[in-house]
Design a protein. Structure first.
Length: 424
C-alpha cells in the first residue's frame, strides 16, 4: 500500500529532503492489522500527524466568557487513506502564541500511531441515536493498570447502553522527574512488558473489544512528548508557579499531559465528523488510576440540568482546584477543558485570575472552567472511585499515601514504600 502523494509535490519534496523521523500509521480493518509507513518532518506529515491546530473553539454559550477565537475556514490536507480532510486553519485567524499540534516535533525517536479512519474501525459504527462516551487515557505506559479501567469504566458504561470509544497516548519512558519518590519502585504490568509497540497496540485493541468498547486511537512515544516554547508576557509565569515549566521538569510534564489530551481530542473531533454525530460525554483518566468500583451512572449525569456544560470530578485531593486525575465532561465542557494546553499558551485567556489561582494543575484547570462559565460539580469518592495505584515487583498494587483519599473509608490498603524522607 502506498501513500497518495500525487498532487502534493511540495509535501513530497519536503518528505524527500528531510529524513529525520518516521511515523508508522497502522490500520486495523475488522481487527486485522496491516502496516503503512510514512516519513514525516517537523513541518508536515501524512495521516494522523496532520492533527488540527488547537484554535480555541468553546461552546457558543461560553465563547464570550472565554474570550476565544473561532476556527477559520479550513484548507484541504491529505490523509494517509487517500481522502482529504479540513484540518488546516488559516494562520491569520490563530493567535500567534497558540501552539500548532498539527506539527510533529520529534525530539526523542519515532512515534508510533494507530488512528485509522472510522470506516476502517468496524466496532465504531453503531446507531446514531445511541449515547456515546469518548474515554481519553494519557500518561506513562509503565504505569498502566488497565484491568480495573476496563471493568469499572468501559464495561460499566456499556452495560448502561453507552457506546465507549477509547483514545490513548502513552509514553514508554518519561524524563525521570517524579513528583513522588515512591514512583521509583513501580514496575510495568508483565502483561505489557517487553512488547513491541505493534504487539502492545494489538493487545490493547483486543482487551478493549473484550470489554465491549472500541479502541479508536493509540499514540506511543518512546520518550517524553515535546512541548512548545513558552511565550513571555501577561501572567504566563504565574501559571503552574508551584512547578514553573520554564525551569521545572514536573511542570513540563503537566503540559505534556495537557498536550496529549488535546491531540487526542482533535482526533475525536475528526471522528465525530466521520461518524456524523457528537459524543454525548467525554472522560479523561490516567493509566495508573486504580478503580475500586464502578463509575457513577453516566445516564444519571446526563439527566441533570446543564449537563452539557458540566465538569464532574472527584471531591478529594483537589489541591484547592479540580482533581485533575479523572473527570467526566459534558460535550460542550469537553470542548473547553480538553483545550487546556492551547489556553495555557494564550496570554489573552484567564486574565481575571490572580497568581495563586493558577499555581498548580488543579487550580489552573478550575480557572479554565470558571473563565468559560462551566458548571463544576464535585462528586463523592464512590461516584468516581479511583486513586493512584502502582504495581510492585511482588505483584501487589500499592497506593501513594499523599494521594490516598481518606473520605473513601477504605481500610487496610497497601501503601507504597517511601525510601526518601524528603517530600517533593
Amino acid at each position: 500500500m502506498t501513500l497518495p502523494i500525487q498532487g502534493h509535490s511540495f509535501l513530497f519534496r519536503l518528505w524527500l529532503s528531510i529524513a529525520c523521523t518516521f511515523l508508522v500509521v497502522v490500520f486495523w480493518p475488522d481487527g486485522a492489522f496491516s502496516n503503512v509507513q510514512a516519513s514525516v518532518t517537523g513541518a508536515a506529515a501524512f495521516g494522523v500527524a496532520a492533527l488540527p491546530p488547537p484554535a480555541l473553539t468553546p461552546a457558543p454559550a461560553a465563547a464570550a466568557a472565554a474570550g476565544s477565537t473561532a476556527v477559520a475556514p479550513p484548507a484541504k490536507v491529505a490523509r494517509a487513506d487517500g481522502r482529504t480532510e479540513n484540518w488546516a486553519v488559516e494562520p491569520s485567524h490563530v493567535d500567534a502564541e497558540t501552539p500548532n499540534l498539527g506539527r510533529v516535533v520529534n525530539e526523542s525517536g519515532a512515534m508510533r500511531a494507530i488512528c485509522p479512519s472510522t470506516e476502517e474501525v468496524k466496532c465504531s459504527h453503531t446507531d446514531k441515536q445511541q449515547r456515546s462516551i469518548a474515554v481519553v487515557i494519557v500518561g506513562l505506559r509503565e504505569r498502566l493498570l488497565f484491568n480495573k479501567t476496563l471493568e469499572h469504566v468501559i464495561r460499566r458504561s456499556i452495560e448502561e447502553g453507552f457506546v465507549v470509544h477509547v483514545y490513548m497516548a502513552l509514553v514508554d519512558k518519561g524524563n525521570g522527574a517524579h513528583w513522588r519518590p515512591e514512583r521509583k519502585r513501580g514496575i510495568e504490568d508483565p502483561m505489557f512488558a517487553d512488547l513491541s509497540h505493534s504487539a502492545f497496540q494489538q493487545l490493547l485493541s483486543q482487551r478493549v473489544r473484550q470489554a465491549g468498547g472500541c479502541l479508536m486511537c493509540v499514540l506511543n512515544y518512546p520518550g517524553s512528548e515535546p512541548v512548545e516554547p513558552l511565550p513571555t508576557g501577561g501572567d504566563m509565569d504565574a501559571r503552574l508557579s508551584q512547578y514553573p515549566p520554564r525551569q521545572n521538569k514536573i511542570g513540563r510534564n503537566v503540559l505534556r499531559t495537557f498536550r496529549s489530551r488535546e491531540t487526542l481530542w482533535n482526533v475525536t473531533l475528526e471522528n465525530e465528523k466521520q461518524l456524523g454525530r457528537n459524543y454525548t460525554l467525554a472522560m479523561w483518566t490516567r493509566p495508573d488510576s486504580y478503580w475500586f468500583g464502578n463509575i457513577t451512572s453516566p445516564g444519571d449525569l446526563l439527566s441533570k440540568e446543564h449537563s452539557s456544560t458540566t465538569v464532574w470530578t472527584q471531591d478529594c485531593n483537589t489541591a484547592n482546584g479540580l482533581n485533575d486525575k479523572s473527570a467526566i465532561l459534558g460535550r460542550q465542557a469537553a470542548g473547553i477543558m480538553f483545550k487546556a494546553y492551547s489556553r495555557f499558551y494564550n496570554t489573552k485567556t484567564i486574565t481575571t485570575y490572580i497568581k495563586d489561582r493558577m499555581a498548580n494543575a488543579e487550580r489552573y484547570l478550575l480557572a479554565v472552567a470558571q473563565e468559560a462559565q462551566l458548571q463544576v460539580e464535585r462528586l463523592n469518592f464512590w461516584s468516581l472511585p479511583n486513586m493512584d495505584g502502582m504495581l510492585l515487583a511482588s505483584g501487589k498494587v500499592c497506593f501513594i499515601v499523599l494521594y490516598w483519599c481518606k473520605a473513601s473509608g477504605i481500610k487496610g490498603q497497601n501503601m507504597c514504600p517511601n525510601d526518601s524522607k524528603k517530600r517533593r
